[in-house]
Write a protein that binds this ligand. Structure first.
Ligand SMILES: O=C(O)[C@@H](CO)OP(=O)(O)O
Ligand SMILES: [Mn+2]
Ligand SMILES: [Mn+2]
Length: 556
């Protein structure tokens, strides 16, 4: 082992007899305490009790610059949250790197730009991605920046394939983004630019972790082949019509696929031989599958029917550095080096990591600094529990009990020194905007934490329970100043909040194996998620790498 990777024993925190459990309650923030806070409203006796233990509970920042996002107006998300939790470092994240590449002009100088510029004169440049200013997967102004850059550099024909959001931005806001995009495209001089196809992000194109490839096929059919269940002459009409009854609309997230056609009913923007395609999302998880469909000539997961020849395909970023997918991209992704997972295996620590499909890559790929697979398969076991395929408010328990049971077994097995679990419920159910289902989601997770802590105590272990960002902690849109819920004019009901929040997240530590003198420091008021990495390494009785953000604990 490189001497630099050796972790010294902690001078005052001994090695535990049992394992260390790190639990991430995805989307569980600390926020305004009223009935629209599902975390607060849920029956959560376990985390309530943990919160009452002196010097073993605090909160940490999980949004904005504390996790490498461009500004403190940016909510946290799973990618940047797990990157920070697993690496102990704050690195400039995709959102910021794309901003900088556009500002400096580097965007227009790299290999990715060179590739697509081959289509400027005689072919079409297609942009496919999430249309909103949510800043989790993409940002509207970055799309416009790229389109304008292409037009200034000679692009003659542009088609945009839009995924409507309603998840990182309020549901129903898609119409406004579409209207704005249409206006911006119409204002481009010397370029024929139009919206060509679209659909809701949770219905087409943006599947992740192979939960449902049929979503990607629906996206391919609409974007590439120009085939969809609905055709319209105009995208704004498409989005407004497909939402249906204003009293009970289909969410922007789930709008069916549509294709824009001309007066003869012909699609205005199929993807043809020699065209360029840009996936303009910077975030990886929901772009990997579509990238495979575009990049791999012998792709066979679904029938692509037609695979355009001489395609100039790029991602906004490289979405998987191990698979080198896509080969060509516009902006190099963040480089996260020396993550805790690598240190652990190099120091002989055995790890079990588990979540259900929807969060499996979060607790492995994102946790490991966007790396696929194991650092050392002899020391690590990653277990994926298949997620249900349904809107998660219909089954708010999701696979929490199964994850808990797997965690319990791993803790008892004696095989693992570290057990890392992610519970998806407060996040995935929170995204549906369904308050009651989110309350249930938080309650079931609290029950699972109770069961796990019992076992941690049984094996003389230690635990750290935390989260990656807020979500269920606020389920309603609010007036900025008074924080009063905003009321929908049509329905008279409070307007649901489907997005993450800016809230800090809790950190609870404990376990029978944790010496009584180990407590949370009180001199790090501004700590963030990245401080948790050194903390859990200390719980293992080891000193953390020097470059990590300081540990939150001390032995007094
Ligand atoms: O579902 C997702 O893709 C994002 C929200 O856009 O959520 P998370 O960061 O929690 O995965
Ligand atoms: Mn998350
Ligand atoms: Mn989320």
């Amino acid at each position: 082992m490189a001497p630099s990777m050796q972790l010294a024993p902690h001078p005052s925190i001994p090695k535990p007899e049992g394992p260390v459990m790190v639990c991430i309650l995805d989307g569980w923030g600390v926020n305004v305490e009223d009935k629209y806070n599902a975390v607060f409203s849920a029956d959560t006796p376990t985390t309530d009790a943990l919160r009452a233990v002196p010097r073993r509970y605090r909160s940490v920042k999980a949004h904005g610059t504390a996790v490498g996002l461009p500004s403190d107006a940016d909510m946290g998300n799973s990618e940047v949250g797990h990157n920070a939790l697993g690496s102990g470092q704050v690195v400039d994240q995709g959102a910021r790197l794309v901003d900088m590449a556009l500002e400096s002009g580097k965007m227009f100088e790299g290999a990715g730009w060179k590739l697509i510029s081959g289509a400027f004169a005689d072919h079409t440049v297609h942009f496919i991605g999430l249309l909103s200013d949510g800043g989790v997967h993409s940002r509207f102004n970055q799309l416009i920046g790229c389109i304008k850059g292409a037009v200034e550099r000679g692009a003659k024909r542009i088609r945009v394939h839009i995924l409507t959001d309603g998840r990182d931005v309020p549901d129903g806001s898609s119409a406004a983004f579409v209207a704005q995009l249409q206006e911006d495209l119409a204002g481009l001089k010397g370029c024929d630019a139009k919206i060509a196809s679209g659909g809701g992000r949770m219905n087409i194109t943006m599947d992740r972790y192979e939960a449902d490839w049929s979503m990607v096929k629906r996206g391919w059919d609409a974007h590439v082949l120009g085939k969809a269940p609905h055709t319209f002459k105009d995208a704004l009409t498409a989005v407004k019509t497909l939402r249906g009854d204003p009293e009970n609309p289909i969410s922007d997230q789930y709008l069916p696929a549509f294709v824009i056609v001309d007066d003869d009913g012909k699609p205005v923007g199929t993807i043809e031989d020699g065209d360029a395609v840009v996936l303009f999302n910077f975030r990886a998880d929901r772009m990997v599958e579509m990238s495979k469909a575009f990049e791999y000539p012998d792709f066979d997961i679904f029938d692509r029917v037609r695979y355009p020849a001489d395609l100039k395909f790029v991602g906004m970023m490289q979405y998987d550095g191990d698979l080198l997918l896509p080969k060509t991209y516009l902006v190099p992704p963040p480089e996260i080096k020396g993550v805790s997972g690598e240190y652990l295996v190099k120091n002989g620590i055995t790890t079990f990591a588990c979540s259900e499909t929807q969060k499996f890559g979060h607790v492995t790929f994102f946790w490991n600094g966007n790396r696929s697979g194991y650092f050392d398969s002899s020391k690590e076991t990653y277990l994926e529990i298949p997620s249900d395929n349904c809107p998660f408010n219909e089954k708010p328990d999701m696979k929490a009990v199964e994850i808990m049971e797997a965690g319990r077994e791993a803790l008892r097995s004696g095989k693992y020194q570290m057990v890392r679990l992610n519970f998806a419920n407060p996040d995935m159910v929170g995204h549906t905007g369904d308050l009651n289902a989110s309350i249930r989601a938080c309650a079931v997770v609290d029950e699972c934490v109770a069961e796990l802590i019992k076992v941690v105590d049984e094996v003389n272990g230690r635990f750290l329970v935390t989260s990656d960002h807020g979500n269920s902690d606020d389920m309603v849109q609010r007036e900025k100043k008074t924080l009063k819920p905003l009321i929908d004019k049509d329905t008279g009901k409070p307007m649901p909040l489907t997005s993450h929040t800016l809230a800090p997240v809790p950190v609870y530590i404990g376990g029978k194996g944790l010496p009584a003198n180990v407590v949370l420091r009180d001199d790090l008021p501004d700590a963030g998620l990245a401080n948790i990495t050194a903390t859990y390494i200390n719980l293992l009785g080891l000193q953390a790498p020097e470059k990590y953000k300081p540990s939150l604990i001390v032995a007094e």
